[in-house]
Write a protein that binds this ligand. Structure first.
Ligand SMILES: [Zn+2]
Length: 126
């Protein structure tokens, strides 16, 4: 059932109206439930305009793991960026990896690059 939020331009009252069909919505006469004014403006639901970005910083370790296991590199990249994007102390590798992921590089490739860097570091040791 379609539901729409309205704000009364006269008294500022906000309310939700339900309609059985979209056609009913088009044809309905609307009035403020508080003052009866017909001067209403639709409140566009923010969620309808913009898919909510996941807040990775509030995720539990298990949820983070499931993002990693999803193999969706862009999603993993967004998680990396949100969690550590503003932390220079995480080092260049972390930020390079984040960028690769955000660019949509396949997880396998990103992991391989990381491994190669790791090997390079170890072999550079005396
Ligand atoms: Zn009103």
């Amino acid at each position: 059932m379609p539901a729409y939020d309205f704000r009364c331009k006269n008294c500022g009252q906000e309310f939700t109206l339900f309609y059985k069909t979209y056609q009913a919505y088009d044809q309905a006469e609307r009035a403020c439930s508080n003052c009866g004014s017909s001067q209403l403006s639709r409140i566009i639901n923010r969620i309808a305009l913009q898919a909510p970005a996941r807040d990775y910083s509030k995720m539990s370790p298990n949820e983070m793991l499931s993002v990693l296991e999803s193999g969706d590199s862009r999603q993993v990249g967004q998680m990396f960026q949100q969690v550590g994007g503003a932390s220079p102390e995480l080092g260049a590798d972390f930020h390079e990896t984040t960028k690769q992921l955000l660019d949509g590089e396949p997880m396998a490739k990103v992991e391989k690059t990381l491994q190669e860097k790791d090997v390079a570091k170890k072999s550079a040791l005396p």
